[in-house]
Write a protein that binds this ligand. Structure first.
Ligand code: F6R
Length: 368
């Protein structure tokens, strides 16, 4: 069942190229236009929504954070991302013009189910982005856009996260197409880029031994920080979550720009810090992250940098560089998260922990 891998998590990390390919499959027509037949929400409603609120928990919420950058850019609709349990117990401004997007692998997370019910009671349409067919969230929502990641067995989510980003990107491009924010050929270009992602994930997987070696050598580490900017920020949060839940190590993710507003005080000699660096083809964004690496390096941090192939600007300030193939900025989370998943899994294994069944956690959290 583990397909020759030591753990389900390992298998599922390797399933990721397929998870993206399967989530894209069959969602374009013969002319290459995006068609999402399963979006059974009236097109006039989809044209008139003035806000999207993503509700989700944990890793699924981080997928929502990534989607926010892309969907706002493509559709010019404000997107809020809210932890489902927080959404439910405040008094959120939602109405018929709000599209609530509930993201969930299991479709059985009680916090998210309660948020879905609450949103529908307020008159919002709810679109579920779910991996499990016929699950409660799928049944209780107005429409479902399934992620086709296949069953995810390991408690820590990997391929579902990648598939959630892929599916929400399809949703964003579809809305952009429908609302006239993007021309068909622009949408087609983005779809082509998404179609290249499976091959890029394969390339990152082919380099995994470097990540594993570094992880094994860090098995006595007690604290790891993760920094990112733009879409790299939620990737940093996800990297930290994976490490906490699998290796039981204190780990925290920060927006790189937030460093000087507090967290930089944590940096001392030898503190390991992962930094997710965007493509150098976005020079302004890139330069900002490079200067963040310099700042922490100058204070003694041990920098583990995730950067694009050929990005030499990082080299003088990096103790280790993990590379990903050239990828458009909005698509980078789909490749840059992979070394972080491998790192967390391998470090946990080196400490002798069960990576499929971390302590105190359940695969789906069916209580509030
Ligand atoms: C982390 C993880 C959890 C889930 C969260 C939501 O690796 O797996 O944070 O992402 O419990 O679960 P679903 O997606 O099933 O609603």
């Amino acid at each position: 069942v583990k397909g020759g891998f030591d753990s389900f998590m390992d298998k599922e990390i390797h399933d990721q190229p397929q998870a993206v390919a399967d989530t894209l499959l069959g969602r374009t027509d013969e002319l290459g236009r995006l068609k999402l037949d399963e979006l059974r929400i009236d097109e006039t409603i989809l044209r008139s929504i003035d806000k999207i609120i993503v509700v989700a928990c944990g890793t699924a919420a981080y997928a929502g954070h990534v989607a926010k950058y892309a969907v706002e850019h493509w559709c010019r609709i404000p997107v809020e991302v809210e932890l489902a349990h927080e959404f439910r117990y405040r008094d959120p401004v939602v109405n018929e013009k709000t599209l609530v997007v509930a993201i969930s692998q299991s479709g059985e997370t009680m916090d998210t189910i309660m948020a879905v019910r609450h949103a529908r009671e307020q008159g919002s349409k709810v679109l579920a982005v779910v991996n499990t067919y016929g699950s409660t969230i799928a049944r209780e929502s107005d429409a479902v856009l399934y992620t086709h990641a296949g069953p995810e067995v390991a408690v820590a989510s990997t391929k579902a996260f990648i598939a959630q980003i892929t599916a929400t990107y399809l949703l964003g491009l579809y809305l952009a197409q429908l609302r006239g924010n993007k021309y068909i050929d622009e949408v087609a270009d983005y779809l082509t880029e998404l179609g290249r992602i499976p091959g890029k994930i394969e390339e990152v997987l082919a380099r995994q031994e470097q990540v594993r070696e570094v992880a094994r050598a860090m098995k006595d580490t007690t604290s790891v920080l993760f920094l990112g900017r733009h879409v790299g920020f939620p990737v940093a949060l996800e990297g930290a979550l994976k490490l906490k839940e699998l290796a039981y190590i204190h780990a925290e993710g920060f927006a790189a720009g937030e460093l000087k507003h507090g967290p930089i005080a944590l940096i001392e000699e030898g503190q390991p810090v992962f930094v997710v660096v965007p493509t150098p083809r976005r020079p302004t964004l890139h330069a900002k992250v490079i200067s963040n690496i310099q700042e922490i390096r100058a204070r003694g941090a041990r920098t583990l940098v995730i950067a694009e192939d050929g990005d030499d600007d990082v080299t003088p300030f990096a103790d280790v560089v993990f590379r990903y193939p050239p990828t458009p900025t909005l698509m980078t989370p789909l490749v840059s998260v992979v070394p972080l998943q491998i790192f967390a899994g391998e470090l946990a294994r080196a400490k002798g922990y069960d990576v499929d069944q971390p302590r105190n956690l359940a695969k789906s959290v069916t209580v509030e």
